[in-house]
Design a binder for this molecule. Structure first.
Ligand code: SF4
Length: 606
């Protein structure tokens, strides 16, 4: 990381709130490379920029180009989030936790006549009750020991052992009532189970006075060991009272959406709860305009932006905002994703804590935007824009001799790539090499759609190229009667910026933050276009290879294209797997064709 980038991250770290939460370091492709947690986010992040001999810190900072964070109420909540997010995103510098198991839970198997108590890391819908997760992890083991000691539930796993003549050591240690040799009746054992459940459910207002009395009595009778045991139990009951907001002890899937509004800006912040754990978060920010000027419409726009690029959608979506028209959200997900959902508005049950946290993070996202990066201020000054362009859209076209023409769009929000808004276009209006016509089609499709859907228009459009590309972009906007969006073209050869058709291009100092930002955006859209183009070509040659193979008609070809992304993945597949999909005779013909295509390409290479 260069000194400029480091100083911009240091500045960013100073703006972070002094609250518990988790933080992320991101690389130039906006991939998360490290996730950490902190009791005080600001102090923790600032400490990264103090002199240190810690190699890990140096390695993270060498690669990081951005940092981000989200806040929680307690460090314990942050610990659970950190663990879940690391497992989901597998950041390269979190090697320590990558393969770690999740936090443990206590399980009581209620389907058994004599339920056992044990430790697990996986919640299943199997009729058992689960408690936790526990942080630190040793609290789970301690809790099981306490339940065994005070409520005498068995800890042997599986079904109740049969045919035993005498109980095991657990009974001798006073840790089990030995139902295996019928030293306790079923009714009495069930009563102990109910008491243990009360304890685990944290009905502390009933339980704590009794336990405190027992502890005092034991101490008065000089039974200090017993008093210490009651003390431990009291501590565990108290720790169970502080349930984390970010993990639930059951296999729940839900999307929880928080909402905030400051002035004309509104923000949506989502926690995605999967199998009872928050495994991901996302946010969207929207600037109200003359087309969208009420809260419900703004919410709908944010909702659309959030879900348009998302496949993993829960069946229940909880909102912190009491919306009048929830049906519009349900219809949108049904029409665009064929997903049936239930929208639950202004929920006050078990998700209240997490929804409040989502609201708080939505508000913080709005506050983050108040900090304008230097590069945007420099760009606004250089291009004489009315305000720093917080939302920039950039376009590029990729083709090889007019075969498989594609277009790409990338979005930079507040000077950073916003990958959820990236879009790809297959050119359909013409064939053959014609970059300008392709650009015209892509721009027309993009902006006529934004107008149709009443969506936010960008603050600046960047096209890769010179005056020709600038002319096309301006004429598309004018045909759509859009006069408010400035357009610039950046030509590669001398990095000349064209803003106006009637004037010469502008050549900035190579160290200018404005030029560096434009180059970054141009290179990013170029990379995105080329990647898409290569994929399309690979798919095309894969598709043609499947033509004219005996036994492979339209249906089998479609099955192969659905299951294998390209020729390489098909070549790596084993014969039985493919035969299972399309039948043995067709698979035999296919493998023969694959073999002959390898032989002929080898001959060509020789
Ligand atoms: S005494 Fe019997 S029921 Fe209790 S833990 Fe041992 S084997 Fe299991």
């Amino acid at each position: 990381m260069g000194p400029e980038k480091k100083s911009s991250l240091r500045e960013k770290a100073k703006q972070v709130p002094s609250r518990p939460g988790i933080y992320f370091f991101l690389n130039k492709s906006q991939q998360i490379i490290y996730i950490g947690r902190a009791r005080n986010l600001r102090d923790r992040l600032r400490s990264y920029f103090l002199p240190t001999s810690d190699l890990k810190v140096h390695s993270i900072l060498a690669e990081a180009t951005d940092l981000d964070y989200l806040v929680t109420d307690t460090e314990k909540d942050a610990a659970f989030l950190e663990n879940n997010f690391i497992r989901r995103f597998q950041p390269k510098f979190n090697l320590r936790l990558k393969d770690d198991k999740s936090f443990p839970m206590v399980k009581i198997n209620l389907t058994d006549d004599y339920p056992s108590i044990g430790l697990t890391r996986r919640v299943k819908a199997d009729g058992a009750r689960y408690f936790g997760p526990f942080h630190p992890a040793h609290q789970a083991r301690k809790t099981i020991d306490l339940i065994a000691k005070y409520f005498h539930l068995r800890t042997c796993s599986g079904a109740l052992p049969k045919g035993r003549k005498r109980p095991c050591l657990e009974y001798d240690l006073g840790m089990c009532s030995a139902p295996c040799v019928k030293l306790i009746s079923k009714e009495e054992y069930q009563e102990n189970v109910q008491n243990a459940l009360l304890f685990l459910e944290g009905k502390s207002h009933l339980l704590l006075p009794i336990l405190e009395k027992k502890m005092k009595e034991a101490a008065q009778e000089l039974e200090f060991e017993l008093a210490a045991h009651w003390r431990d139990l009291i501590q565990t009951v108290k720790s169970l009272q502080q349930k984390p907001k970010t993990s639930f002890p059951s296999a729940i899937n839900a999307d929880l959406l928080g909402w905030a509004k400051i002035g004309s800006s509104s923000s949506l912040f989502a926690f995605f709860l999967r199998q009872g754990k928050v495994v991901e978060s996302a946010h969207q920010v929207f600037e109200q305009n003359s087309l969208v000027d009420n809260e419900e419409d703004a919410f709908f726009h944010l909702f659309q932006s959030l879900y348009s690029a998302r496949q993993d959608i829960a069946e229940k979506i909880h909102l912190s905002l009491p919306l009048k028209n929830k049906k519009i959200l349900v219809d949108y997900l049904w029409q665009t994703k064929k997903k049936k959902v239930r929208i639950i508005s202004a929920h006050h049950g078990k998700y209240q804590g997490l929804l409040r946290l989502a609201n708080l993070n939505a508000e913080i996202e709005l506050k983050k935007r108040k900090t304008i990066p230097d590069s945007l201020i420099s760009l606004a000054t250089t291009l004489q824009l009315p305000s720093p362009p917080r939302w920039i859209e950039a376009f590029d076209i990729s083709t090889t001799g007019g075969v498989e023409n594609v277009g790409a769009l990338v979005v930079f929000e507040n000077g950073q790539p916003l990958k959820s808004e990236y879009r790809r276009f297959r050119i359909s209006s013409h064939s053959g090499p014609n970059d300008l016509a392709s650009l015209q089609e892509v721009l027309s499709r993009r902006y006529s759609r934004l107008i149709r859907e009443k969506k936010q228009l960008p603050d600046l459009i960047l096209v890769d190229g010179g005056k020709g590309q600038l002319r096309v972009a301006q004429s598309v906007l004018s045909s759509l009667e859009i006069s408010s969006i400035p357009v610039v073209a950046l030509a590669k050869k001398k990095e000349t910026i064209y803003r106006d058709l009637d004037h010469e291009g502008l050549n900035l100092d190579p160290t200018s933050p404005a030029l560096k930002l434009l180059q970054w955006i141009r290179d990013e859209v170029h990379r995105f276009a080329i990647t898409f183009h290569r994929k399309r070509r690979a798919k095309q040659s894969f598709s043609s290879l499947l033509d004219d193979i005996p036994g492979i008609g339209r249906r089998r070809k479609a099955l192969l294209l659905q299951n294998y992304s390209d020729l390489t993945s098909l070549r790596q597949a084993n014969f039985d797997e493919v035969a299972h999909l399309i039948g043995r005779p067709a698979a035999t013909n296919l493998f023969a064709r694959l073999q002959s295509s390898v032989s002929s390409s080898e001959k060509r290479d020789n």
